[in-house]
Write a protein that binds this ligand. Sequence first.
Ligand SMILES: [Zn+2]
Length: 187
Amino acid sequence: MKTIVIAPTSQKKWLETLDIRNQDWRKYYLLPYRTTNDSKLRILQFKIIHRILATNKRLKLFGYKDSDLCDFCKTEIETISHLFWECGVTKQFIRMIFSYLLVKCNIHIQESMVNMIFGILPIKDNLVTNNFLLILKNYIFRKSHQAKELNFTEFQKYIEHYQSIEESYLPYEIWVKKWVPVLDFWK
Ligand SMILES: [Zn+2]
């Protein structure tokens, strides 16, 4: 029997703005599950991919908010791509984080909307950066919903906190693989 795979509508919607190869979709769906055990980070990424994240655009649509404007720049509509990539405030913050990561940890993340929204392939070679990006997105999302500013020092503490939680339960060799390359980020 032939299996018919129906692409979710979210996939079609992403393809209007992003160039994603057919064979990569499955990998992007798998990426959060291969990268972290943290259920909140997995759910966040699931919601991003399926375009069901509670952005202001969505909250206004369902009547939970009066304004659909971005809480950071207050000028553009807060969509997923705006919040994590197109917003000038977010972009400035991401650039600062990426350049610090390069200087302190010698880790280079290619600045692109696909990398920021979906993560970096292949999964097995990008555990450290994908994990870092998931936590960065969670931080950005939380701050926007608290209507607070993005803060570099606070983010350093935020990511260090994830590291210390994982240190308490991950097998040592996995913790080393995942965290040792970025330990200097908050030191
Ligand atoms: Zn904005």
